[in-house]
Structures are given as C-alpha cells and as structure tokens.
Design a protein around this ligand. Structure first.
Ligand SMILES: O=C(O)C(=O)Cc1ccccc1
Length: 310
C-alpha cells in the first residue's frame, strides 16, 4: 500500500499545517490535492493510504463538502482528528495598498471568520471563493485577485506579503481536521474517544428525531455534534451526522448503535478515534448504570433469568 497521505492543497493550507502535527507524517509522502473530494477519492481508489481534510469549524459549523462526501459514496472511516486555532493574514502582491484592493478570495469557510473585519476595513470588496486558502494565495500571485485570506505562513510560498495579520472575528476560532482511510478495525480505545455515525430516519413523524437521540440518552452517551444534511431526495429529507463521546467498543456506545440500527433504514459507522486535546484523566466517568461492567452484569442476569438460575 502506498505510504502517502493526500490533503487539501496546494502547499500552504491550514490543512497541511494541521496534518504536520501528526508524528507519522515524518514517514509519509504528503500529496496536495485540488479539493476535498479529490483527496477522499485518492483513498477510495487506493492511490493514497489516507486523506486529511477539514470537517468542522467553531464559527460556522460543519464543512459541508467533507460531511457530504463521508455520508455518500464508498464508505470511509475517520482514524484521527486534529484541532487547529486559526487566524488569517491578508496576503497581497508586494506593494499593494489596502485602498487598492477590489477583490478578495479564500476558502468559503474562511468568510464567516473575517466578515466583520471586511465590513470594517473593505466594505466594498468583491468576495470570490477559492478551492482552499492557499489556492486563494496562488490566485493572487497569478494576478487573478487583489488579496487572499490565508495563513501568514503561505505568504513566502506564493511571493506575497501580509498586509494585515491576526484577522479573526471570533476569539479562539478553531478548525477540526480528520484523517480518513478505508474501513478497517478502529484503533483500541484510549479512554478519551469519539464515535462518528450518520443516521437516516425511517419516516417523518412527531418525535422522530427525539426517538433517535433517545438511543444515546438512555445509555448515558453524550453527543458532541449533531449536523443535519439533505439526503438529496427532496425538500425536508435529511440525514444526521452525529459525534458521540466514547468508543464503539464501549458497551453503552455499541448498544446505542445497535438501537439505531434496529430503527433506522441506514446507519453508517464513520469511526471511533481519539479525541483531540483531551486528556483521558479529564474525561467524565460514565453515568451510573452505563459502565461496561454494569452492562455485562445486566446481560449475565438476563441469561440467568432465561435459564431459571436466579
Ligand atoms: O486548509 C485550508 O487552508 C483550507 O482552505 C480549509 C480551511 C478553511 C477555513 C479555515 C481553516 C481551514
């Protein structure tokens, strides 16, 4: 299998910076791709061992292209996540003044993070989306746009200069990235894990979503993300991407997934993987009655009842 990781390129994206924080990248070839779908397809086609892509940011929510790619098509699995704090620089060709900027570009997920800054500093500017923030910088180098929002580190790569740095409407804006591979056995639990699934509802009725969420609630499984995405089958048809605290090998998580499997037409398991930046010792103990030991004791008791041995 080729030891390469595909990522949302070109060189100089925040995605690349986040990817390089993973120690195993030292022994992998890192291959920039033009888009998230291209990076994920490289994995599906066996050209890359894994792909590294943005999935969520703390200002705007889910990166919909990534979610939609994971929801549909040949199944993939998440193996790792990385959180990165993001601040933008406004990159221009050397010598460009703020007053000369008529067009600006960046990845669409950057826009909500710089909207107020633009309103206050460049209210008339025309925004055009780029495939990534580094691609925006490349387009400025080519002369297609006057300025790009990107990481300050991208300036040198594309012969640009930072007219302004530390641009971020929200303090502590973070983006979450995931390492995605073909389905295989998830890594063993670390004690601070997360499980991602996508679920589809059987029919539309009052309380339908509540019924699905109850599968987690009654087993004491905390939810960390709930994102609805259109299924593409008409207005009002949605599936739900859910991140739940815990590992598929935790009894309470496994039982919640089995509960969903019984009542949903489709459940797609997207992986159990270590939570970024959480120390296992800071993880809350399971709610009373939901530890693995308590699940085992309850099934032993049931078996004894079924045998008449109580
Ligand atoms: O990695 C990048 O540079 C991207 O274009 C994705 C992105 C978009 C917005 C914030 C962080 C990452």
């Amino acid at each position: 299998m080729p030891a390469s990781y595909a990522y949302l390129g070109p060189e100089g994206t925040f995605t690349e910076v986040a990817l390089r924080t993973l120690p195993e990248t030292a022994t992998r070839e890192l291959v920039p791709m033009v888009s998230v779908p291209a990076a994920l397809d490289a994995v599906r086609n066996g050209e890359a061992e894994a792909a590294f892509v943005p999935i969520e940011n703390s200002v705007e929510g889910g990166i919909t292209t990534t979610l939609d790619e994971l929801v549909a098509g040949r199944p993939l699995m998440i193996y790792r996540e990385v959180l990165l704090s993001i601040t933008f620089a406004l990159l221009v060709r050397p010598g460009t003044k703020l007053s000369e900027i008529k067009t600006v570009t960046a990845h669409p997920a950057a826009q909500p993070q710089v909207r107020n800054w633009l309103r206050n500093n460049l209210p008339e500017v025309l925004w055009e989306s780029a495939a990534s923030n580094a691609d925006g910088a490349r387009l400025v180098q080519e002369g297609r746009y006057d300025a790009a929002f990107a990481g300050e580190f991208a300036a040198a790569k594309y012969g640009l200069e930072a007219l302004e740095t530390e641009i971020h409407d929200a303090e502590n804006a973070q983006t979450r990235f995931v390492l995605v591979g073909r389905p295989a056995r998830p890594a063993a639990p670390t004690g601070a894990d997360k499980t991602s699934v996508v679920i589809w509802q059987r029919d539309d009725h009052p309380g339908a979503l509540l019924e699905l969420l109850q599968e987690f609630a009654v087993r004491g499984v905390n939810l960390m993300l709930l994102q609805s995405r259109p299924t593409g089958e008409g207005i009002g048809n949605y599936c739900f991407a859910i991140d739940a605290e815990g590992h598929i090998s935790d009894r309470r998580v496994g039982e919640a997934l089995m509960g969903l499997k019984r009542v949903c037409p489709e459940v797609r398991f997207l992986g159990s993987y270590p939570r970024a930046e959480v120390d296992p010792k800071d993880v809350r103990a399971p709610r009373a009655g939901t530890s693995d030991g308590e699940f085992s004791a309850a099934s032993d008791w049931l078996a004894r009842c079924q045998d008449g041995r109580f």
